[in-house]
Ligand binder design. Structure first.
Ligand code: SF4
Length: 266
């Protein structure tokens, strides 16, 4: 969420290094809220990118233009932990006059144990929790009360303690979707794989971890359309007998029906 009013904010996208987020706060204001620019907040279309652009990258541009009067700085993931789209959009934003700090992971991330990826519970809530770990130093097990340190209100997840591991009945592989509605189709015993798992592990650039799935677990390989990760999704779906799904902006009925049938029949 975007904090109301016209106060200054710090934008970020992807999984920038925490030290750079901390540095941005030190430079521009310790109390400035951190706002994830990857998310669709309903910003008007700035019309600056081709239609065949991944929705997440389009969100970043639209949010930056929409919030330009409030953005003190954008902390941008531009390395292998994001994609060329992240690097290119940082270059474009710099050219438009935005203050941009670039972040790159180059292997050897700190590493954290998996909790939300491998436990039971509503999938959307667990993915939210994982994405909070980008800015929250102690995300798991903390009571979900009040705003996070990002300054943005949490989604209404209720008080969630770190849950125990469960055996997976299904899998969701991919990045957090632009449209979360697809996540409601999955049973609570769905394990999370792909880049989202890498985020929880603190290793967003780890391609080996990103391409890992437990053998035999019926898995939906989700990508945004026009994302290079479609190559991985296609290969992995073929190899593991999963379902490959890509979607541009909102999830349509046909995709919902396909995923629902796969989950019910597997
Ligand atoms: S969905 Fe793919 S193309 Fe879009 S920002 Fe993420 S990694 Fe980049």
């Amino acid at each position: 969420m975007i904090p109301e009013g016209d106060g200054r904010i710090i934008g970020y996208y992807g999984y920038p290094r925490r030290s750079l987020l901390a540095g941005a706060r030190a430079a521009f204001g310790a109390e400035l809220p951190l706002v994830d620019l990857d998310i669709d907040y309903g910003a008007p279309d700035a019309g600056l990118l081709p239609k065949a652009t991944c929705s997440i990258i389009t969100n970043i541009m639209n949010n930056a233009v929409w919030l330009s009067g409030r953005l003190a700085v954008v902390v941008a993931a531009v390395g292998e932990d994001k994609c060329d789209g992240g690097r290119n959009i940082a270059w474009l934003l710099k050219g438009m006059g935005f203050n941009v700090v670039e972040s790159r992971f180059t292997g050897g991330g700190a590493g954290r144990p998996l909790v939300w990826s491998t436990s039971a519970g509503p999938l959307a809530e667990r993915i939210d929790r994982i994405m909070e770990t980008v800015v929250e130093p102690e995300p798991r097990g903390a009571a979900a009360q009040g705003p996070g340190t990002s300054g943005a209100p949490r989604r209404e997840t209720g008080a969630i303690a770190a849950p125990p591991r469960c055996e997976p009945t299904h899998g969701f592989w991919g990045v957090p979707p632009n449209d979360f509605s697809i996540l409601g189709l999955f049973p609570p015993t769905t394990h999370i794989y792909g880049w989202t798992r890498c985020v929880e592990a603190g290793r967003p650039d780890d391609l080996d971890l990103e391409t890992f799935v437990d053998p035999g677990v019926p898995t939906v390989f989700f990508t945004q359309s026009f994302c290079a990760k479609q190559n991985l999704a296609h290969y992995l779906a073929e190899r593991h007998g999963g379902l490959e799904v890509d979607c541009h902006r909102e999830i349509n009925d046909s995709i919902m029906a396909k995923v629902e049938a796969f989950i019910k029949l597997s």
